[in-house]
Design a protein around this ligand. Sequence first.
Ligand code: PMP
Length: 327
Amino acid sequence: MHDTILQSIGRTPLVKLRRVTAGLAPTIAAKLESLNPGGSTKDRVAVAMIADAEKRGWLRPGGTIIEATAGNTGVGLAMAAAVKGYRCVFVLPDKMSSEKIALLRAYGAEVVITATNVPPDSPDSYNGVADRLAREIPGAWRPNQFTNLSNPEAHYRTTGPEIWEQTDGRVTHVVGGVGTGGSLTGVGKYLKEMNPDVKVIGADPEGSVLSGGSPAAWKVEGIGEDFVPRTFNSQLVDDWVRIGDAESFHTAREVSRREGMLVGGSCGTAIAAALRYARRLTASDLVVVLCPDTGRNYLSKMYDDSWLAANNLQMVPEVPHTVAELL
Ligand code: PMP
């Protein structure tokens, strides 16, 4: 029996992909981070950042956590704040979906909505407002997951060792997307320390600058950047695979339908990258794919046919339906 829900974070299952991998030689397995209690890999990061701030005296009893995020990190922080009795304030632009706002409020967090149509450096932008609240509210602390090194550290201490143990040290490749880079950096560093031959493969949306392409907009949430975050060590990445939105979403939907794993869009990007990369691998290879969150977060987006059509993301004929069709 756990004392609190926070103790149930981590030790997520690693599950083989069996059908979408037809025709490919290596074993490919998904690290299902959606099975953390807050529903994503960011639970690990949220508790690690809070523990570090408590240790350093930046966050004290009765303190307030302030962050400009509507994503998975917000949910992790809100869940941990609920358990530990901190006040939590999230500042979000008004384009965020009502489900995301409702989810944060359900955990007892306060949500401040700011206008989207202001310049990013304006005091009225969501970052500007979060900065002001952090100055004005006594005992306020901003975790800032893009610069906070507890983020990669959390994955170095937990996700990496879990993958090593779950594969009995046989993992040869790890594939994942990069948002803050915390997960791929922490996992990659740990696995390379255990076996320097382990290869780290970055899965990047077309339009992200991380893999060296020219900047453009993309729709997959949580990964790809127009800058290199402090929490990302790009030197750990041996190879990049770039994946377009349509292929990411199609792959996620195929994995849900054919493997029974309801995965999010960034899992689709990572799995699509793994399937492509696996064509050059052998039966002795074991590829682990980091799957950050669940498809439940995207039922009204990529799992909705009319949303795909409205965004011109129906399958283009040259994108294969299964890897078997590729070979
Ligand atoms: N996918 C989703 C859905 C996410 O919310 C995040 C976190 N931004 C990531 C992938 C990327 O994880 P990381 O920040 O560890 O690079």
